[in-house]
Design a protein around this ligand. Structure first.
Ligand code: ZN
Length: 254
């Protein structure tokens, strides 16, 4: 399985519009971060987790040729605002399944009403099939199984996903013991780490590192990173040897 980091930034992306912060002005390509998303593929199968406002640019730079489905973590715009740009895949492939909590599906129905129109729907509008994700109910994606992992983003429920030895968790602030049990024996864990300072809704760096110590994956990649975290190269130097700051367009093979 290949995992391609389409975006590794927090909700505003890096650089932040109008910012004079040194990280926003950095010329290192690893300090440029689009909104958070990954593309996972194996054999003939190709899925993305989340579809934020940078989706079009991400599909172009990754040369992704097809999307068999989109797994949503939650409804926040940095994870969903790119839905209109799935249309080129619809024109090639037809309807695309989206997997999400029922609350997220309901939210998308309000915000993207035209996508869900049943009468006089504009023929060029995105075309999706909704599939409800229920905690403790693994579901099939291609010939693999996705296991939902329930986490909390402050008061908001969010799904992470485990597929084989890979797990992708973002926007985590707290996670219950029963959910941590789903993360045993991972080769790769992707986990959010916003910055060094604490935040009410996100793991900071220390919380993410403590979580990695608890879960003990072979390797961990940090994502959903704010410019306030610092320069990629400097932050990476101080991480444990099996922990990596993810960066946009990084591709790993499991
Ligand atoms: Zn987010």
């Amino acid at each position: 399985m290949k995992v391609y980091f389409l975006g590794t930034g927090t909700s505003q992306g890096i650089p932040v519009i109008g910012s004079n912060h040194p990280v926003c002005k950095s010329t290192d390509s690893k300090d440029k971060r689009l909104r958070v998303s990954v593309w996972i593929s194996w054999g003939n199968y190709s899925y993305v987790i989340d579809c934020g406002p940078d989706f079009r640019q991400q599909m172009l730079s990754s040369h992704c040729q097809k999307v068999d489905g989109i797994l949503f973590t939650h409804e926040h715009s940095d994870h969903t605002a790119g839905i209109d740009d799935i249309r080129p895949f619809n024109f090639k492939q037809g309807e695309i399944p989206i997997y999400a909590h029922q609350r997220v599906i309901d939210n998308l129905k309000r915000r993207f009403e035209y996508v869900f129109e049943t009468v006089n729907k504009y023929p060029g509008a995105p075309s999706i099939e909704t599939i409800e994700v229920i905690n403790n109910k693994p579901f099939s994606i291609g010939n693999k199984t996705a296991i939902p992992v329930n986490v909390m983003h402050g008061n908001l429920q969010v799904f992470g996903y485990r597929i084989d030895d890979f797990a992708y968790l973002t926007d985590v602030k707290t996670i219950e013991e029963s959910e941590i049990l789903k993360l045993k024996n991972l080769k790769v864990l992707v986990i959010n780490a916003l910055r060094e300072e604490p935040h009410d809704m996100h793991f900071n760096l220390k919380e993410a590192l403590d979580f990695i110590t608890l879960v003990q994956p072979e390797k961990a990649y940090l994502t959903h990173i704010s410019h306030i975290m610092g320069f990629h190269e400097e932050v990476q130097k101080n991480l444990p040897k099996n922990v990596f700051l993810a960066y946009d367009n990084l591709e790993i093979t499991l």
